[in-house]
Write a protein that binds this ligand. Structure first.
Ligand code: NAD
Length: 259
């Protein structure tokens, strides 16, 4: 139904087979897109395994730490094909901050989390700009903790709030060039990044018990929305946060399960 034939997708944020970004790569490829990957050097061996696995033919894979201007320049210098889709699926905070009260977070940890998880969308969009095709689509992965307090999300909640605002500002900035920018707000999914969050298993249980759909979501559900956002069917949607969360974000007061 959604045809991405010939569209070129740059995907940032694959670290393992469980990464949301890898599910997006598989889904976009299945819909006809050509896939290139930018990865963090520490995950190189996993990337090589995934690429050799052959599930997704990868046109170009190259290290790209989004906080390094040199790596960004080198990565985008190698991109020859016009870019139709750019996926930002990146977050990082010092693991120590996950167990820390927000009132105790230091300036350096705050800056690291926000530069990597929020600001990085800006240099990615800036480097991609000369190669972007008209009507290109940029998407970033966010979480409800950027809009409301979610237990144990803490500093990453502030980073996601900044990311959501960055999405809106960028959408306004690049809209006149025909480029759209949106965020996908996914429910909790077991991944490397999620394993840093204290009580993550409880989050899954809460979603299963009280979300309107009474179930958790999968990486593939996010990939399906990414197909839509990458396709021309979403050509007039920009600056939005779209939820894939079994409806959890609609709740203010959930009913406790009866048994
Ligand atoms: P993941 O650990 O597989 O992905 C996180 C990625 O961020 C990794 O690939 C890592 O290499 C990359 N990254 C971190 N710092 C980087 C840097 N300096 N340069 C380049 N890449 C860097 O985990 P995931 O759950 O797939 O996370 C992907 C995105 O989805 C994140 O933004 C996360 O906050 C968001 N998200 C995850 C969930 C969840 O429950 N898993 C829910 C909502 C949103």
């Amino acid at each position: 139904m959604f045809d991405l034939k010939g569209k070129h997708a740059l995907i940032f944020g694959v670290a393992s087979e469980e990464s949301i970004a890898w599910a997006i790569a598989k889904k976009l490829h299945a819909a006809g897109a050509i896939i290139s990957l930018g990865y963090q050097q520490r995950f190189k061996s996993r990337i090589l395994q995934l690429v050799k696995g052959g599930d997704v033919p990868v046109e170009l894979y190259e290290r790209c730490d989004v906080t390094s201007e040199d790596e960004l320049t080198n990565f985008f210098g190698q991109i020859e094909r016009p870019v139709d889709i750019l996926v930002h699926s990146i977050a990082y905070a010092n693991p120590e901050t996950f167990g820390q009260r927000i009132s105790q977070v230091g300036q350096e940890d705050f800056a690291t989390a926000l530069v990597t998880s929020s600001y990085s969308l800006i240099p990615l969009a800036r480097h991609a700009a000369p190669k972007m095709s008209p009507s290109a689509s940029i998407m970033a992965m966010t979480y409800l903790g950027g809009q409301r307090v979610v237990a144990n999300y803490k500093l990453m909640g502030i980073a996601k709030a900044a990311l959501d605002a960055t999405v809106r500002e960028l959408a306004s900035d690049v809209g006149p060039q025909g480029v759209r920018v949106n965020a996908i707000s996914a429910g909790p999914i077991r991944t490397l990044a999620a394993s840093q969050i204290e009580g993550f298993d409880n989050m899954l249980k809460v979603y299963e018990q009280v979300a309107p759909m009474r179930r958790c979501i999968s990486q593939d559900d996010v990939g399906d929305l990414a197909i839509f956002l990458g396709s021309d069917m979403s050509k007039n949607i920009t600056g939005q946060v779209l939820f894939v969360d079994s409806g959890y974000s609609t709740l203010a007061m959930a009913e406790l399960p009866k048994d």
